[in-house]
Design a protein around this ligand. Structure first.
Ligand SMILES: [Zn+2]
Length: 355
């Protein structure tokens, strides 16, 4: 046994041998098997020295123990230096583990979803609650409750997609409660007001349907987002202030708002919303068609007839609403000239948008 007594030279010799074998390894797998031969838990160089400690005569236990530990630490240290990842270049025909991996193609949000999410986030920051409602709606929620009586032209078959054929009653009018695809998200506001008492501060996004042919600027289904605020003492000034705060967060911090008188059955007074062009600051450019202003949607003070329809006291409460088209915002933001591009699912188009 005494000739087995190891010395510090033996440690150096074994480490040198380990290094030689490691240097000859041509792959990470080879290197790992060299490492296992020296440091493996069972039947490795180090483990057999460890086992020898218990078998050694008492006067040799200490020196064998020290040797085994020194050897283990030296080889572990050498292995730690060696085992950096980009060590092995590809052997011919093998796998080059130093190559960057191929990223799997990840999907990302559709540009219209990006815009809708941004709109919702802006409203949410301003304290609005996002509310949704059914796309298949009845005509009371879509029209009657919004001050659009049965003879209203928007209810015409030419404009609205009915899911069931309207039946003319004895009065010669189309009977109530026909199902249709909602023509605006205002129906969500009606449902919300029926279920909640003021104060109300909601935003209703969603897809709406019109009987339109698909062309550069029209589509039979498109996204809309409508804001509604109801409470005591809500005024036109609140509408303009809230709208301005919204537009400055959504489009540009210096944007200005202009109202042009308009007409909607469910608001009085009503206005078209123009924003000062955030691209040219009002000087006139292609985006604003040289006018300096961009039409973005419609707004107004909620008509008392709408409050009466949902059972609110129209003497006590006032409110405002505005609606904007999601595609309209996307077209402006991304300078897309043909609305159809948003629906064709052409990856060459969709991949241009930031995640
Ligand atoms: Zn402009």
């Amino acid at each position: 046994m005494s000739d087995l007594l190891p010395s510090s030279e033996s440690v150096a010799a074994l480490v040198a041998q380990f290094e030689t074998e490691l240097a000859a390894a041509t792959s990470a797998r080879d290197a790992q098997s060299v490492r296992d031969r020296y440091l493996g838990r069972k039947s490795s160089v180090v483990s057999s020295w460890m086992q020898m400690i218990s078998a050694a005569p008492p006067d040799q236990k200490k020196s064998i123990g020290r040797f085994a530990n020194d050897l283990k630490q030296a080889i572990e240290a050498r292995w730690a230096q060696h085992a950096e990842p980009a060590r092995y270049a590809a052997p011919a025909g093998g796998i080059d583990i130093t190559l960057p991996g191929r990223r799997p193609a990840l999907g990302h949000r559709h540009p219209l979803t990006i815009v809708r999410d941004d709109l919702e986030a802006t409203f949410t920051r301003m304290g609005f609650t996002v509310v949704e409602g059914p796309e298949a709606e009845d005509d009371w929620h879509c029209f009657d409750a919004l001050n659009m009586p049965p003879e209203h032209p928007a209810r015409d078959m030419q404009d609205t997609l009915y899911l069931a054929t309207p039946i003319k009653g004895e009065s010669g009018r189309v009977d109530d409660l026909r199902t249709l695809l909602r023509t605006h998200t205002s129906s969500i506001q009606i449902r919300h007001m029926q279920a909640h008492q003021p104060p109300i501060r909601i935003v209703a996004p969603g897809r709406v349907y019109r009987r339109d042919d698909l062309d550069l600027t029209h589509t039979p289904a498109f996204g809309q987002i409508e804001a509604l605020v109801v409470g005591e003492g809500i005024s036109l000034a609140d509408l303009k202030g809230t709208l301005l705060a919204f537009a400055r967060q959504m489009f540009s911090p210096t944007v200005r708002v202009r109202f042009r008188p308009s007409f909607f059955p469910y608001t009085e007074p009503s206005a078209e919303i123009d924003l000062s062009c955030w691209r040219c600051s009002g000087a006139g450019c292609g985006m604003c068609k040289k006018t300096g202003w961009i039409e973005i949607g419609g707004c107004g003070m909620v008509h008392p007839a709408v409050f009466e329809a949902v059972g609110y006291d129209a003497e006590k409460y006032t409110g405002f609403a505005w609606g904007i088209g999601i595609e309209r915002v996307a077209i402006l933001r991304y300078q897309v000239e043909d609305i159809r591009l948003f629906y064709e699912n052409d990856l060459r188009f969709l991949e241009q948008f930031p995640y």
